[in-house]
Design a binder for this molecule. Sequence first.
Ligand SMILES: *[C@@H]1O[C@H](CO)[C@@H](O)[C@H](O)[C@H]1NC(C)=O
Ligand SMILES: *[C@@H]1O[C@H](CO)[C@@H](O)[C@H](O)[C@H]1NC(C)=O
Ligand SMILES: *[C@@H]1O[C@H](CO)[C@@H](O)[C@H](O)[C@H]1NC(C)=O
Ligand SMILES: *[C@@H]1O[C@H](CO)[C@@H](O)[C@H](O)[C@H]1NC(C)=O
Length: 172
Amino acid sequence: MEILSSTKNMLLMMMMSAMMWNMAKSDLIYVGGSKGSGWVLGNNLTNWSLNQHFHLNDWLYFGYEKDKRYFNVLEVNKTSYENCIDAGFIKNVTGGAGRDVFQLTNKKTYYFISGGGYCWQGLKVAIHVKDSVAPAPAPKSHKSGASALDASNIYHSLMVLILILLCTNFLG
Ligand SMILES: *[C@@H]1O[C@H](CO)[C@@H](O)[C@H](O)[C@H]1NC(C)=O
Ligand SMILES: *[C@@H]1O[C@H](CO)[C@@H](O)[C@H](O)[C@H]1NC(C)=O
Ligand SMILES: *[C@@H]1O[C@H](CO)[C@@H](O)[C@H](O)[C@H]1NC(C)=O
Ligand SMILES: *[C@@H]1O[C@H](CO)[C@@H](O)[C@H](O)[C@H]1NC(C)=O
């Protein structure tokens, strides 16, 4: 009986560790390299994107608080991206606060544009998602304009806490 329950606990812990590892792998990437105003005119987002690495499960953060009345964030297909067509978009990412997030859940190229004609002025970006980071404990290279996901860190801490609770419960 006791052995069975300890095995169960071990399994649970292993699952938790796997989850923590997964969470730790996703980055929050500020589009355009700035949290407050990266999704703005005058920022060469094409060039920015070319110099970035996007991995599976990473989050994009579109920051444009000062211009939230003007810009929005729409996921579109390649054709619409190239021709700045905002009708018939795939997803409206816009929340209203000028702080929009989007998770890259597929290994493909995502296309985002702003409506309101701003796409024509360069407010658009293509994001090429590569595989998730190899599960080797390589030192995390700090990309410019990217930072560890704060929310993920909180989640991480929470998981550790749960683990500790589980362990004490198991031992006590
Ligand atoms: C593109 O980005 C690189 C690296 O961030 C920078 O050195 C370069 O000047 C940029 N080029 C253009 C055309 O914006
Ligand atoms: C933006 O960067 C791309 C890629 O580096 C470059 O080809 C293009 O000329 C740049 N556009 C402007 C307006 O600087
Ligand atoms: C892209 O989206 C536009 C707008 O919804 C649509 O008219 C077009 O057929 C789509 N193109 C492809 C290749 O899916
Ligand atoms: C996108 O969603 C926001 C928030 O719900 C809404 O205010 C806005 O009108 C929507 N934009 C489009 C183009 O549908």
